[in-house]
Design a protein around this ligand. Sequence first.
Ligand code: GDP
Length: 547
Amino acid sequence: NENVTPDNNDDVSASASAKTPALIAREVARRRTFGIISHPDAGKTTLTEKLLLFSGAIQMAGTVKARKSGRHATSDWMEIEKQRGISVASSVMQFEFRDHVVNLLDTPGHQDFSEDTYRVLTAVDSALMVIDAAKGVEAQTIKLLDVCRMRNTPIVTFMNKMDRETRDPLELLDELESVLKIQCAPVTWPIGMGKNFRGVYHLLNDTIMLFKAGEERADGAFEIIEGIDNPRLQEMFPLEMDQLRMEVELVKGASHPFDLQEFLAGVQTPVFFGSAINNFGVREILSALVDWAPAPRERDATVRAVDPKEEPFTGFVFKIQANMDPAHRDRIAFLRVCSGRFERGMKVKHLRLGREVKVSSVVTFMASTREQVEEAYAGDIIGLPNHGNMQIGDSFSEGEMLTFTGIPFFAPDFFRQVRIRNPLKIKQLHKGLQQLGEEGAVQVFKPVQGGELVLGAVGVLQFEVVASRLLNEYGVDAVFEGTSISSARWVSSDDKKALSDFEDQLGHNVAYDAAGNLAYLATSSVNLRLTQERWPKLQFHATREHS
Ligand code: GDP
């Protein structure tokens, strides 16, 4: 299972004939890679299940559920491992829909929320935003949308739970526009809600899809009636139709008509109403992703932009997951293919290490099982076994020196101080934290003026995982304690003197992270603001890019 072997095997010629630009272009064009952004309980798990039902990957439904029920497990290591084993199996789901290859990347939420959640969004080409229509825009949605905005990722919106009493649909659109600062283009419009939910009107097709409750409908075949003025509708829903016509008039006047270019630029989101649990409106979402969302696009690789249709293979690692398979303590590096054609057994260059590696054992994520991947194209995710030689942000190619950009680190929201029970283990602790920091499992800050190491994370589960891994992989029994630090900002400046004065004067709250970047550890938001005001020559950053 070694992925780094001496290159003694020349198997490139056999595949050369198949490696035609036309084939690659065709495969790239039919790929759609997206993630779901939502606040906990908006319906992401339910929707994921239904999306997979359409693709025929029905066995997945159980897996997604299994994952969900396991997520409130205790901090016991075995439990975490079990939970992660399940979540990883479903963390990349590839399926076919209407002759397209769809890659759905899971964005861990709830307790699983971690920096991975953010980084996954750097590997997608579009995102599906799920909103609970009874609640509207919620905190986590805002955070995740901000991450999408860093790359102008196109967003499709699903207003879920219309079978419940929801907020007024017009008010929901208004909230999206004002809070998320994104133009809304309703594509479907709900007829009633809750007990009186009758269906949706498709504004572009002038058809009405009638709602019918029921969970098990896999084909999504709901009755369709053509034309908003169809007399049959008037007979069926005399009251609702008048109301609908009025609302549609209003919506058409007050909102933006759908514009593909605006959507692709990340400026506008098409909005669909439905009910995931009833599988209602789900197929429309999938169709929108296939019809409108972009195939893999050019990516910035510092020295130049890489076109996905180029023949040479390139890609980058956006996530590293440990202990995927409870039976093997391996780590898997998740690599997003950016161009060319990947074939099992091919040699690729690990650009940071400047070394050729032969990738013979690779997994892909078809349905619920990990399978050996034979080939992959831009947009696909492949899992490389990793024995500690790969880090988040690492770029791979067939030889050209490239560095894919845009893998951000986010200022942590949670902090812990680390202490060890056995002081003789201090070296192991530092080594372990250095490696876990480089891997991106947690952020490690070393205060300039002594003091204990400070760990930062965007989700609290990260600390438990790190504690368990320190014990299991490095033999260090560490104690994590609360700290007075409440936020962190990376600090930079052209003014070297100002930077060194800053270090000298605020040394207890100034620290270096695992990659050697200077950061300020603030005790409160007021403290952060005052410090920023007092040091006008310094810039304070809430994110930093992988270097
Ligand atoms: P997640 O936390 O975003 O993954 O949300 P889930 O998919 O687990 O859904 C949260 C809760 O909302 C569950 O109890 C679901 O059964 C429920 N739910 C999801 N979709 C719908 C829907 O369309 N209508 C109703 N009434 N409940 C829903």
